[in-house]
Design a protein around this ligand. Structure first.
Ligand SMILES: [Zn+2]
Length: 85
């Protein structure tokens, strides 16, 4: 289940909440009951791959043979999908 991060507009409280994708966003701060906004951090590894323009990037192949480094900067194959084939 993904964890969403929220910030209270009123008191500045930041908190995290585990929610299903199907759940509605929180709207109220647990401390002051002010309005909260969802923070899109992108740091949790929760990336929507179907979000449009990313399709060409995911098709890039591993460049180890030509540059000595893989697409992720390692000097050997890392086994991630882009390097796997
Ligand atoms: Zn608050």
């Amino acid at each position: 289940m993904p964890t969403y991060e929220y910030e209270c507009i009123k008191c500045g409280l930041r908190f995290e909440k585990q929610q299903s994708i199907k759940d509605e966003s929180l709207k109220e701060c647990p401390e002051c009951h002010g309005d909260v906004k969802k923070i899109i951090s992108g740091g949790g590894g929760f990336i929507l791959k179907s979000a449009g323009a990313g399709n060409s990037a995911s098709a890039k192949s591993c460049s180890l043979e030509t540059t000595g480094r893989t697409c992720c900067g390692a000097t050997s194959r890392c086994g991630k999908p882009a390097c796997g084939d």
